[in-house]
Design a protein around this ligand. Structure first.
Ligand SMILES: *Cc1c(COP(=O)(O)O)cnc(C)c1O
Length: 235
């Protein structure tokens, strides 16, 4: 059983400890795995606490909610080197706002969306970093491209000048035993490796949440997205 403090600082410290222990056990450098603190539904005061605790990358699911929070922090974000990531599904009509606020979009899942992101990024003179969300399960409720769609998307996005695909993201089904998510993480890594062989440089693997991040790190995650383990269960 982990000893678990109550404050955000103590919980974050505990998560970091588990991350580095797992990375080292897997023969990996703990510095190669980034922690994205997922702040959907979490209010500004508690995000400020997380910043005080040293957290610097925040993940939000919805563009509007994120926009409101990010503008509250204003210049502080830039001054403290805070990064905001969009981890939820992105609709085309929200792309214009999304490219203004997010350092990384984890949820590219169609050619049309890729074109819109590149177009809106160009308008503001930015090259937008994105990850391709891949759906490896048959779950209806999940977003993401299929494995076949992934290669199609890579090929047809190649000419988009203001879009930079840096890796892959996936959300496996929920399993009571987190080890059962292992094959999904392994499959995402294999897909990345296959893309590398075909000339696409995609170092990032965004995979692993509160209940399965250790398994994801064992399988090569370079980013874990963690909400509940830092902020407590969401209502
Ligand atoms: C909510 C969410 C998370 C974090 O989930 P926790 O179980 O709270 O760690 C990670 N990734 C995505 C895409 C999410 O929507």
């Amino acid at each position: 059983m982990e000893t678990e403090g109550n404050s955000i600082a103590e919980k974050a410290k505990d998560v970091y400890k588990r991350m580095s222990r797992t990375a080292m056990k897997a023969g990996r450098n703990p510095g190669d795995v980034a922690l994205i603190a997922v702040t959907k539904t979490i209010d500004i005061g508690r995000i400020a606490e997380a910043i005080d605790a040293g957290l610097r990358i925040f993940g939000e699911s919805r563009v509007q909610e994120a926009q409101r929070k990010i503008s509250e922090f204003g210049m502080l974000s830039a001054k403290c080197g805070i990064k905001w990531h969009l981890i939820g599904h992105l609709q085309k009509n929200k792309v214009k706002q999304a490219v203004q606020f997010f350092d990384l979009i984890h949820s590219l899942d169609s050619v049309g969306l890729a074109e819109e992101i590149s177009k809106q990024a160009e308008r503001i003179g930015k090259v937008q970093d994105v990850l391709v969300e891949v759906k490896l399960s048959g779950e209806q409720s999940k977003h993401g491209v299929s494995k076949e769609g992934f290669f199609e998307l890579l090929r047809s996005s190649g000419s988009l000048k203001n879009l930079h695909i840096t890796g892959l993201m996936t959300i496996p089904p929920y399993f009571d035993n987190p080890e059962d998510a292992g094959p999904y993480f392994r499959e995402l890594r294999a897909l990345r490796d296959k893309a590398q062989v075909n000339g696409f440089n995609l170092p990032e693997l965004s995979m692993g949440m509160s209940h399965d991040f250790e398994v994801a790190i064992e399988e090569g995650a370079t980013m874990v997205r963690i909400g509940a383990a830092i902020f407590g269960e969401r209502k």
